[in-house]
Ligand binder design. Structure first.
Ligand code: 5GP
Ligand code: ZN
Length: 113
């Protein structure tokens, strides 16, 4: 997607604080962290929103969760974390490329993101 900021981040056209990358997914620091650790985990494939996921995306989406679990120590979230994904207008989505907020590093308030 030529006009997608997260695709541009994956391609390196827009700089980001990358914490992990492989052939399927990319994980980087949110530019406006809401809590101590605030990462964004995205599939490399451009998918506009959660409600456009298909069976062929299951590997990448599952891989996001298992990778965050595997790297929880490196990410500083071994005491627990929250994963949130906002879908479309009613869900509060502001960037049109599926992303999962990974929040942790401290005891989280109930009303964030
Ligand atoms: P949403 O509101 O769609 O659930 O979340 C979008 C998130 O992307 C926000 O938390 C926002 O701070 C983050 N964001 C928007 N633009 C950029 C950017 O250029 N770089 C990074 N690292 N994060 C961004
Ligand atoms: Zn995109």
């Amino acid at each position: 997607m030529s006009n997608c900021i997260f695709c541009k981040i994956i391609d390196g056209e827009i700089p980001s604080a990358k914490v992990y990358e492989d052939e399927l997914i990319y994980i980087f620091k949110d530019i406006e962290p809401q809590v101590k650790v605030h990462l964004l985990a995205i599939p490399k494939k451009h998918i506009t929103s959660l409600d456009e996921l298909t069976a062929e995306d299951e590997q990448a989406i599952g891989h996001i969760f298992s990778t965050v679990a595997k790297l929880s120590e490196e990410f500083g979230i071994t005491e627990g974390y929250r994963v949130i994904s906002n879908c479309k207008d009613h869900g509060g989505q502001t960037v049109g490329h599926v992303h999962f907020h990974v929040l942790g590093g401290e005891k989280l308030p109930m009303n964030i993101i």
